[in-house]
Design a binder for this molecule. Structure first.
Ligand code: GTP
Ligand code: MG
Length: 203
């Protein structure tokens, strides 16, 4: 059963500069993770359409992209971090853009941190979790590309990641075969139903 019926998705704008966000009224869910991990593919799978641009080479998403779903909520596709091929200056700009969005968005209700099931959590993911905790932003972890591993290996990785996460929720996903989609939608709808507690957000 599909819990979320997608009747419309609109690209609502992109921000290349901190603060240059479209003014949208809906609660937002942001998708963060290292470059090429599969953020845009995961969004497309959740929305049943190819609306976010994907690529086999890292660094595809270079702006903060906003997609309004069913006129009720907004998905925010973030540029990836940790991509070594772009200049240090550009990486710094992306980081500023991502951090500014994550700290200041007034509508942001939760962040999905996406990791590759084969890599798990590394230094950057730990830093992002700490950053979001510090700013009192709810987040959940999704390990994607599960189709790349055998079932037993997925289970092994799930255990390893769960131990690292200290009770934080972890979901398994594959944009290729769609596994984990319903479970993730359930989590997202629960997050959206929850009223934000952040009084510090001002943008
Ligand atoms: P940037 O925008 O560059 O940071 O990348 P991204 O995180 O948005 O990744 P994107 O969705 O563009 O996917 C990167 C590559 O991984 C593409 O070649 C996708 O087809 C592939 N990919 C994404 N998700 C999956 C998955 O679940 N399974 C498999 N097998 N491949 C995937
Ligand atoms: Mg992308």
């Amino acid at each position: 059963m599909d819990l979320m019926k997608i009747s419309s998705v609109e690209f609502a704008g992109a921000a290349a500069q901190p603060g240059g966000y479209p003014k949208l009224p809906h609660p937002e869910i942001a998708f963060a993770g290292r470059s090429n991990v599969g953020k845009s593919s995961l969004i497309n799978r959740l929305l049943d359409r190819q609306i976010a641009r994907t690529s086999s080479t890292p660094g595809r998403t270079r702006q903060v992209n906003f997609f309004v779903v069913n006129n009720t909520l907004t998905f925010v596709d973030l540029p990836g971090y940790g991509y070594a091929q772009v200049s240090k200056q550009e990486r710094g700009q992306w980081q500023k853009l991502i951090e500014e969005y994550l700290t200041h968005s007034r509508n942001l209700r939760g962040v999905v941190i996406i990791v590759d099931i084969r890599r798990g959590l590394e230094e950057e993911e730990e830093a992002l979790c700490d950053f979001l905790s510090h700013h009192q932003r709810p987040f959940l972890l999704v390990a994607t590309k599960c189709d790349k591993l055998k079932r037993a290996q997925v289970e092994q990785q799930r255990k390893t990641l769960t131990a690292q996460l200290d009770g934080h929720p972890l979901l398994l996903f594959s944009a290729q075969d769609g596994s984990g989609k319903e479970e993730l939608w359930n989590e997202l709808l629960a997050v959206i139903a929850h009223k934000p507690s952040s009084s510090h957000a001002h943008a």
